[in-house]
Design a protein around this ligand. Structure first.
Ligand SMILES: [Zn+2]
Length: 514
């Protein structure tokens, strides 16, 4: 029998506001000693009063707007009651029936190749994932379980940190769709700058709900909730494991009958049923009496909306449509704001350079010149950014932001390469120097002595001397061993200290050996 996979996701995003959700303790305390960023409010002392963090609310509204949600004009906080050692008050301040926002959507490309968010211009590949709600709450403390000493420690630094919860409708139909959605959400959160959204550090936490539905059935079956997912890979694997497990149960005529919670065990690569007690959901929600409901005016919401940055999807689309970048390149070049800014600034520098070049005079309007050269220039820039600059940074173990290279100089390097003033090997040397010292590429070309030898007479004289030096190889080539040309070319490059124009050298060499 065939089964439909019904998948919904739930996310918790730890916001990076300076202070916590209801007190002014330092919220950016990951590097602090345990239990040092605490006060009576986040320790849950009786008689203390919570005060709402305006910035956290604003972050929540920004994400909700980015997810096309409807912001509720009036929202309130509720107490979610349960007992656990990481929750000193015995309740968590959360939101129940009047969440911050509801009814949003995010469009993903369900056919995207692995790790790619995909194009947005192929209608048949797009999938709309509805967002049920976005609400705010406070985080709990962190429990640290020590097996050796058979005891648990509690760090209250995380207690009261602002969290955004995002719940989707069960609109996803495969583990890949779920992963693509989660990755897109991470990109949006990072673009908004409201959280680092690092899954391994727990800034972005994800629970997945899954049930199978025999193809002709309509009624939804009891779902399984998967917890402890700490990476995108784990999300995909946990869902795949659960799909197989549930399919076997269906085949045996023994499908899941009640809702359960299972934890993902990354080491064993399997989900494990968690105790029934943790599944129990009688939280006795009631309105938080210490915080009055919040009211938002249209002006307030519209102002936040008007200040939203361009979303990653739209950026990728623009890079593809306006400049002709590949989907893969667009994904890499918009992965973080710094790379994106760098790319766009370098592009505009390149356009400025090519259209004002003295040689271009009489070649048409500036728009026309840019149009004629754009495709080649963008390809060159994309290749040098992705295949040379990023690996060079990785080799030197620094980020683009930390490196000394700037977009203006990078654009100049691309223009030097475009004009054949330097060959690929020489340009790589220049690039390494630029990353290290921030040197201007024209200056580096002179200092490193890598300026391309383009002059045909000079190349010819080098080739003549190579032909004289290696008569045996020349004979071999002439008798039909064509690959020997590579050896001879190598000698030409060596004698020119790597500076000869490779294309010209090959052309002249072939002509001389005819
Ligand atoms: Zn506090």
């Amino acid at each position: 029998m065939k089964y439909k996979q019904i998948i919904g996701l739930e996310f918790h995003i730890q916001l990076n506001t300076r202070s916590k959700m209801f007190c002014d303790c330092n919220n950016l305390n990951e590097d602090e000693l345990p239990n040092t960023a605490v006060c009576p409010i986040c320790l849950g002392h009786p008689g203390t009063l919570p005060v709402v963090n305006k910035k956290a609310i604003e972050s929540g509204i920004r994400l909700a707007l980015a997810l096309n949600c409807k912001i509720n004009k009036s929202t309130k906080f509720d107490r979610k009651n349960y007992f656990y050692p990481d929750l000193p008050k015995g309740y968590q301040i959360s939101q129940y029936d009047q969440p911050l926002a509801e009814n949003g959507e995010l469009i993903i490309n369900h056919a995207a190749p692995d790790g790619l968010a995909g194009r947005l211009d192929k209608e048949e590949e797009l999938k709309r994932i509805r967002i049920l709600r976005v609400h705010m709450e406070e985080d709990t403390a962190k429990m640290i379980h020590s097996k050796q000493e058979s005891k648990s420690l509690i760090d209250f630094n995380r207690s009261g940190s602002p969290l955004l919860e995002i719940v989707t409708y069960p609109d996803m139909r495969s583990s890949r769709e779920a992963k693509t959605f989660a990755q897109e959400l991470q990109l949006i959160v990072r673009e908004l700058g409201i959280s680092d959204a690092d899954m391994e550090k727990g800034h972005l936490r994800c629970d997945a709900n899954i049930s199978l539905l025999p193809e002709n059935d309509q009624e939804l079956n009891p779902k399984t909730e998967i917890k402890n997912i700490n990476s995108f890979k784990a999300l995909e694997r946990a869902l795949d494991f659960e799909i197989r497990r549930q399919m076997l149960l269906w085949e045996k005529g023994n499908p899941p009958e009640k809702q359960t919670t299972r934890g993902w065990n990354d080491k064993e690569q399997e989900t494990v049923e968690q105790r029934g007690k943790e599944v129990e959901k009688d939280y006795r929600y009631f309105p938080e009496p210490d915080i009055p409901p919040l009211k938002f005016s249209d002006d307030y919401i519209n102002e936040i909306k008007s200040l939203l940055p361009e979303m990653p999807q739209s950026k990728r689309k623009r890079l593809m449509e306006e400049y002709g970048f590949s989907p893969e390149a667009s994904k890499i070049l918009t992965a973080d704001q710094y790379i994106d800014d760098f790319t766009e600034r370098a592009l505009s520098e390149l356009a400025e350079w090519i259209t004002t070049l003295p040689e271009m005079e009489g070649q048409g309007t500036r728009v026309q010149i840019w149009k004629d050269n754009k495709k080649k220039l963008v390809k060159l820039l994309s290749d040098w950014l992705i295949n040379k600059l990023l690996p060079t940074l990785e080799k030197q173990e620094i980020t683009l932001k930390e490196s000394k290279i700037d977009s203006e100089n990078f654009a100049e390097l691309i223009s030097i390469i475009y004009q054949n003033k330097v060959n690929s090997a020489g340009a790589s040397k220049i690039l390494e120097e630029m990353v290290k010292t921030g040197i201007d590429p024209s200056q580096a070309m002179v200092e490193l002595n890598v300026e391309q030898v383009d002059d045909e007479e000079t190349i010819e004289s080098i080739i003549d001397s190579v032909i004289k030096q290696f008569p045996d190889q020349v004979d071999e080539y002439k008798s039909g061993k064509e690959p020997v040309i590579n050896f001879l070319l190598g000698q030409v490059m060596k004698q020119s200290q790597g500076k000869a124009n490779p294309e010209k050298s090959e052309k002249i060499l072939k002509e001389k050996l005819k």
